[in-house]
Design a binder for this molecule. Structure first.
Ligand SMILES: Nc1ccn([C@@H]2O[C@H](COP(=O)(O)OP(=O)(O)O)[C@@H](O)[C@H]2O)c(=O)n1
Ligand SMILES: [Ca+2]
Length: 537
């Protein structure tokens, strides 16, 4: 009984409200000892239930907060449009990326590569009025693919390359008129039109280099390498870029020795907290289409005859070329002469070795005022590191089945080319009936050209370091456009963003764990506190 009384007084002191309950029970005429023990049992049982209930509720609340915080909110996508106005054709690329993950690697996707029907924009010099029709189909596609409410914030750029560079050299006013017409047309759309301009050869090379290294994850991967000083030479990590167009070709890479004195200023980039010293050079007139004209012009001058027996075309292939077209060109006009014929008949003989010999004549390598040169006396440090070869390098080698990593030596390519060039045109034409004749007729020439150019660059014993590439990791095509947009939209920061101390899930888990500890400490504290106040009584 005494024990009962004591425990009754403990309950009373523990739950002040219990006293009221107790008083009301007593007033109902129960014996006081009996009432006390009932109330105590009631209180101890319900107190625990209330505590447990509160605990579970808090836990659920915490988990709910954590989950709500972590749940996949709809992503905020951004879009960008870049027109690649090349010498042979124009392509419109639409890129899409998540605004939240802007600093992550490989986040930009090419969602469209709209090929503009027709020639390159430089062909519109005398008919600028046709430019709106020319570009409207792809712009319509952009309007379809990009949600309407995003139009006003979607930047549009147009970059013109070597075809327009050549036109500007020939007739600056014509080039300006074309760009003005493009500008006024693109401005008439609800997008955020920024710029239509001719990009320089170094920009073209550098942006191509940025594109492939960005897509290959070579730029941000270094986030994990703690100490910059412990890092190996950049060239071991980044890929060099080889771009072959119709009117120019670019080579860009981080040389092994960046301290060598160079007549050409190396480009300096700071990307994600790392410095890069990059060599880039663009050879105007050495894109594959201009190189063919150059070869034909040289051949015509060297053996002036109305018929040219050409080893770079298949046996049985014939083509007529206007002499005026051949020499009315910035790249070939130095060979211009008077000929007793106004048309040139090309007759293919399909001889790879002879073709290669003639192509080597396009690359004078005898004079060099520097430590090392490519051709035409242009300084170039020795090639170094892995290389990604894209655009026409890829198209040509893909067609010839030479893009596989199993093709490890130049000899393998030479063997294939010998055999391919000797195939009669009739047979080639029927075998590949679905390939455009313009392309098909020139693969012997362009395959030989690719090989010769790479030999001139000194890749002969370095073939396995060349990787022919088109779409990288299924994200986007290799080319200058993505690098151009990344740069103009400031999507590649100079400095590495400061990482948060904890990842989000770690943060939530820690919060939950600490809350649990707090709850337990609180409960235990209350119990201890009440026990001690009981003992004091
Ligand atoms: N499917 C394709 C597309 C383009 N090409 C060639 O790739 C080259 C692309 O050059 P481009 O128009 O970008 O010219 P540039 O302004 O870059 O010199 C042209 O020589 C085209 O004929 C090809 O061989 N196969
Ligand atoms: Ca190009």
């Amino acid at each position: 009984m005494k024990r009962d009384c004591s425990s009754g007084s403990q309950k009373r002191s523990a739950f002040g409200a219990g006293r009221i309950v107790l008083a009301s029970l007593a007033s109902h005429g129960f014996p006081s000892g009996y009432q006390d023990s009932r109330v105590k049992r009631f209180l101890s049982k319900n107190g625990l239930v209330i505590l447990g209930f509160t605990f579970i509720l808090s836990l659920i609340a915490l988990l709910a907060v954590g989950l709500t915080q972590n749940k996949n909110t709809p992503e905020n996508f951004k879009f960008g449009i870049v027109f690649d106005a090349g010498s042979s054709h124009t392509t419109m690329y639409i890129y899409k990326w998540s605004a939240e993950k802007v600093n992550d690697t490989g986040l930009v996707y090419e969602i469209e590569a709209c090929k503009v029907k027709g020639p390159g924009i430089s062909a519109f010099a005398s008919n600028v009025q046709d430019i709106p029709v020319y570009l409207s189909k792809c712009m319509g596609r952009a309007k379809e693919l990009i949600p309407k409410y995003k139009h006003h914030q979607t930047p549009v750029y147009l970059g013109a390359t070597a075809g327009m560079r050549l036109l500007r050299m020939e007739n600056e006013q014509s080039a300006k008129r074309i760009l003005a017409s493009v500008t006024s047309f693109l401005n008439s759309y609800p997008f955020n039109f920024r710029d239509a301009r001719i990009i320089s050869g170094s920009e073209e090379g550098a942006y191509g280099w940025i594109t492939i290294n960005y897509l290959l994850g070579k730029l941000q991967k270094k986030q994990n390498s703690e100490d910059p000083s412990s890092r190996k030479n950049e060239s071991q990590e980044t890929y060099g870029a080889l771009d072959l167009g119709g009117a120019s070709t670019q080579i860009t890479f981080v040389p092994k020795d960046t301290n060598i004195s160079s007549p050409i200023k190396f480009m300096q980039f700071r990307l994600y907290g790392w410095n890069y010293t990059v060599y880039t050079y663009s050879f105007l007139c050495y894109g594959q289409d201009q190189a063919l004209l150059l070869k034909l012009a040289k051949d015509t001058v060297e053996t002036p005859s109305g018929t040219l027996l050409d080893p770079c075309f298949h046996p049985g292939y014939e083509r007529m070329v206007d002499i005026s077209d051949l020499f009315n060109n910035v790249c070939t006009r130095e060979y211009k002469d008077l000929f007793p014929f106004d048309k040139l008949r090309i007759q293919g003989t399909g001889d790879f070795l002879q073709c290669q010999e003639r192509l080597h004549n396009l690359f004078p390598t005898t004079y060099c005022r520097y430590t090392s040169c490519t051709f035409n006396g242009v300084f170039m440090p020795p090639v170094h590191g892995e290389f990604g070869a894209f655009s026409a390098y890829y198209y040509t080698m893909k067609f010839l089945n030479l893009t596989s990593d199993k093709v490890t030596s130049e000899d393998m390519v030479i063997e294939k080319m010998k055999q391919y060039c000797s195939r009669p045109w009739k047979e080639v034409n029927t075998t590949y009936a679905d390939v455009k004749e313009k392309y098909l007729s020139e693969y012997c020439f362009s395959g030989t050209y690719v090989l010769t150019l790479l030999q001139v660059y000194n890749f002969t014993d370095y073939w396995k370091h060349i990787h022919f590439m088109h779409k990288i990791n299924d994200n986007a095509e290799a080319g200058w456009t993505l690098g151009y947009m990344l740069n103009l939209t400031n999507m590649i920061p100079a400095e590495l963003p400061q990482p948060k101390p904890f990842s989000r899930p770690t943060y939530i888990s820690l919060m939950v764990a600490f809350s649990l500890v707090l709850a337990i400490v609180f409960i235990l504290g209350s119990i201890i506190f009440h026990k001690s106040s009981y003992f004091q009584k």
